[in-house]
Structure formats: C-alpha cells, structure tokens
Design a protein around this ligand. Sequence first.
Ligand code: X6L
Ligand code: MG
Ligand code: MG
Length: 155
Amino acid sequence: MQAYLSLGSNMGNKGYYLREALRLLGENQRIRIMAQSHIYETKPWGYTDQDDFWNVAVEIETELEPLDLLKVCQEIENRLQRKRILRWGPRTIDIDILLYDNRVSNLEQLRLPHPRMEERAFVLTPLREIAPRLVLPSGRSIQEVSGEGEVKRVD
Ligand code: X6L
Ligand code: MG
Ligand code: MG
C-alpha cells in the first residue's frame, strides 16, 4: 500500500537524525521509499519557544498495516533517543503517518488522515514537492493550499 510520512527534527544534529530515520525506514523489509523531498527549515508550531525544525516528506510502499507501520515509526523514534518531555516540545525525530491509501482511522493512537496536515506549511510544502497532483482529504488540490508558517529549503 502507498503511504506518505512527515519527518521532523529540532534537536542536535537535525540532518543526521533525518538521514538515520530514513535509512532505518528503508532498511525495513516491508517498507520501500519511493520518493523523498528536500529538507526544509521551518518555524516551530505548537510550542513556539524552541529551535527551528527541519522537515522532510516521503512516499513509501509498504505491506505493513497502519498500526504496524506506526509501531515501526515509533521504534525508530525510540532508537534515535526521542524523549517525550513536553507534548509539543523539542525532539530528535518525529515520524508521522499523514496518509495511508484512502484509509480513515479514528483510533486514539492513530488518526488518518493526519488531522492537521492541511493547515501547516511544514507538512504541505515538502509533500507538494513529491506529490504535486495529490488531492488532499478536504478534496482540494495540494496546489491550492499553502498552509501557515515559514518554510525554506536547506539542502
Ligand atoms: C494552536 C495550538 C495552534 C497548537 C497550533 C500545531 C500544536 C502543530 C502542535 C497548535 C499546534 C503542532 C513540528 C512543529 C511540532 C514540526 C514544525 C505539531 C506538533 N512538530 N513545527 N511543531 N515542524 N515547524 O515537525 O505539529 S509539535
Ligand atoms: Mg508531528
Ligand atoms: Mg508524531
């Protein structure tokens, strides 16, 4: 199945954590990375008194069911020293499932599509780069929606 993920880092060597997370995702026998965006430097959302983020989007093909994919993402977060101190606080790596086919999930652990993806430039700008023809869950084209927040390419 096809899925889109958003990765973010705003602690330590952000480029290292993003690259390691992508490497570990790609090493999983049940995940294939089909497309990867450039890295974007973005202003923090939620808890704004923290360092800028680096964000990336990837398209994957996977045989894993959504909750198994989530588990793989969380294992990679744990392996890369993610500590949950503040809810929206600094993190070495965050891996979010944005879309999984056209699946809808309202489980507490996993909302699909990702409920706030259309509001944020840090999600939409990298995603638009790899999926320019994507129709968002709202029914709008990704070309029509910019989202809020400052975003600039760093690589
Ligand atoms: C009011 C209250 C409005 C809270 C927005 C937005 C909370 C986004 C959390 C919010 C609110 C989030 C990243 C980030 C986070 C990231 C950038 C979150 C979770 N993750 N900022 N903030 N990139 N730029 O990956 O997305 S915390
Ligand atoms: Mg997130
Ligand atoms: Mg997350």
